[in-house]
Design a protein around this ligand. Sequence first.
Ligand code: GLU
Length: 510
Amino acid sequence: MSKPVRVRFAPSPTGPLHIGGVRTALYNYLFARKHQGTFILRIEDTDQKRYVEGAEAYIIRSMNWLGLPFDESPAKGGPYGPYRQSDRKDLYIQYANQLVQSGKAYYAFDTPEELAALREKLTAEKAPATNYGSASRMSMKNSLTLSKTEVQEWLDSGKPYVIRLKIEPGQEVSFRDMIREDVQFSTNLLDDKVLLKADGMPTYHLANVVDDYTMKISHVIRGVEWLSSTAHHVLLYRAFGWEEDIPKFAHLPLILKPNGKGKLSKRDGAKFNVPVFPLSWKAKNPEDSFKGFDEFGFFPEAVINFLAMLGWHPEDEQEIFTLEELSKAFSIYRVSKSGAIFDYEKAKWFNQQYLLAMSVDELAQKLQPLLKKTDYNPSPAYLKEVIKLMQPRATFLQDILEQGYFFFEDVKVYDKKALKKRWKPEKQAILDELADVLEGVDRFLPKYIEAAIKEWMGEKELGFGAVFPLIRLALAGTLQGPDIFEMISVLTKHVTVKRLRTFSEKVGAV
Ligand code: GLU
């Protein structure tokens, strides 16, 4: 690669950043790191109708949470700023005028009604191109059809007009996409896109190309939904005489719904009960509020690892990667063309792997904010004992406190099915006897507890099935849970004995 690598993430602040956008940002970041390049944030906020307050701040917060810092951005600045398109307005007007002067673009004065009539007519005729373009522009009101004086009068009158790109028919546009290989378009089917709108704002196409050029972007890595715009972008580069500087393109595959049927949308979060945004987003309308990966309890490292694998795969079978390792292993040529299914079970699996790899101390520290929201006030040593038992069974941090709540407070719910199958009031006598046995265990450690219980079971000729499910129900309310002897030991003699002795009262009350 001869030119320095400069890539940009160019979101539009039209709402919270969708997880697909996060993946685009991540792939740009990885590509930049891999090639010692520069990672740029450019805010594309020229569509004022779709602008949403707070969206830009949300993008920054999300990227900070994930730990993906920009080298140049609106906040950080840089040599090619400003990095927010609304602050670059004059530049686009200047470049649009330049194209009009060189005959590559023209003024158009058609009213919305005239445009609608054109579309209707072309559709009725079953014309190959149904938009304003080379086949129809000579029948419309623009600077190609009006006289010079008429055009000047119009411009001077202050009435609205737009600037359109003049596309020459009969040409082939081709470019090589790093993921999709050769892509070709015929200009006969391309419309004369508006470049500058009546409000003086550029369209996405003009602003995007002008900025990629002036910011010296070397590679454009973006979602496949922008592939069809690329033909216009290539033509714009040609119109400006910038053909030598066309960046390399890489169009990323779609992220598909968990059931594989179509593109993952923001509404799929609620539908499939999965997060599709990095952080939670609160809006006035509850339908537009979304719960993020953060609120589901994901570690940012796990989200990154999951997203990295959503459309890309490494050379070997390795699945767990730190960001550092990803930056080395990533290759844009191993990004797939076909859509990647959003597999939520896999996302959870990644989180679990990260949780399993954490030390008990680290988990104890990360649990503090969650503990603050409860009435639990465990000693540091007790908390660590609980973590040791619950860590292998947890997917999320909160599972340690939620599934292991009985370590911190009395049992609240009993598994009804298990109770029905295992429990009869006559069995309280067994639990009372067991409580006596445990009271006699001096050093309340798992191995002594185990020995005492097994000896007593032997004497009484009681099988595992007659005793263990009862103990689990009395201590935790469920048949699942960590090793029974360790659980008894951590709960302490006092609590264990109390729960065993009061079991019949408690279940009577539940
Ligand atoms: N503003 C566009 C978006 O919201 C940028 C697309 C591109 O990267 O060219 O995704």
